[in-house]
Design a binder for this molecule. Structure first.
Ligand SMILES: [Zn+2]
Length: 227
């Protein structure tokens, strides 16, 4: 029986999480398969490192607000900075949602999803940016990206943002543990998210609530399925 309720789904609790040997916060059912995946990658010369794992509602709300207010840069598909102060309404939300989830609706709340890089492919002083270029054919993490695309499934993982499908940008670094995440997504809904946001208002609240159903189908349920 997998622990799941509204607080787990929306990042308002940590009781579904454990700390693994590397000090990474993960869903209790993900720590072991993730260790197996890392060991197999290591044998192929890839040092899987975690840029981000669990993120709370509060942390996601901080990121969201900073992007909404122009205090954190917002980028487009090509890595160009978006003039966020010139946008309003739904267009402003969509600019942010390309790379940042709505608070309450990040897969990182679940402890099943991680952003990864290969520490063996760069120097210690390397400044990780999480851009398509870094994970593309000319970037340092192309080996990791192709390894994950080939092997992640053997360990129960998949890449929900492997390709751009009109919602979240391609994020070849974002890995998800399918057996738990699929159950969580199945239990998630626009109504559940709406209730969460009404209780925990975020920047742009009225526009978010106005378009919530269509944002949900474009950015939350719209993932690359396991093939
Ligand atoms: Zn991610």
């Amino acid at each position: 029986m997998i622990l799941c309720d509204e607080a787990v789904l929306t990042g308002l609790t940590e009781r579904h999480l454990v700390l693994n040997a590397q000090g990474v916060k993960l869903h209790a059912d993900v720590a072991e398969p993730f260790m197996a995946l890392c060991a197999a990658a290591r044998r192929d010369g890839i040092a899987i490192s975690v840029a981000s794992s669990f993120r709370s509602f509060e942390r996601q709300a901080y990121i969201w607000q900073a992007k909404f207010n122009g205090k954190k840069p917002v980028f487009d598909h090509d890595g160009q900075r978006v003039p966020i102060e010139q946008l309003a309404g739904r267009a402003k939300l969509e600019a942010i949602l390309l790379y940042s989830a709505l608070p309450g609706a990040s897969r990182h709340h679940w402890g099943t999803d991680l952003d990864l890089y290969d520490a063996a492919a760069v120097t210690e002083s390397y400044q990780l940016q999480l851009t398509g270029q870094e994970y593309g054919p000319t970037g340092p993490f192309y080996g990791l990206a192709t390894w994950l695309a080939q092997h992640a499934r053997q360990f129960g993982f998949f890449l929900p943002y492997q390709h751009y499908q009109g919602g979240v940008a391609a994020e070849p670094w974002h890995l998800s543990y399918q057996p738990v995440a699929a159950q969580y997504l199945a239990q998630f809904s626009p109504e559940l998210l709406r209730n969460c946001l009404i209780q925990h208002p975020i920047a742009g609240q009225s526009v978010v609530l106005q378009y919530l159903d269509s944002l949900y189908s474009r950015y939350i349920s719209n993932i690359c399925e396991v093939v």
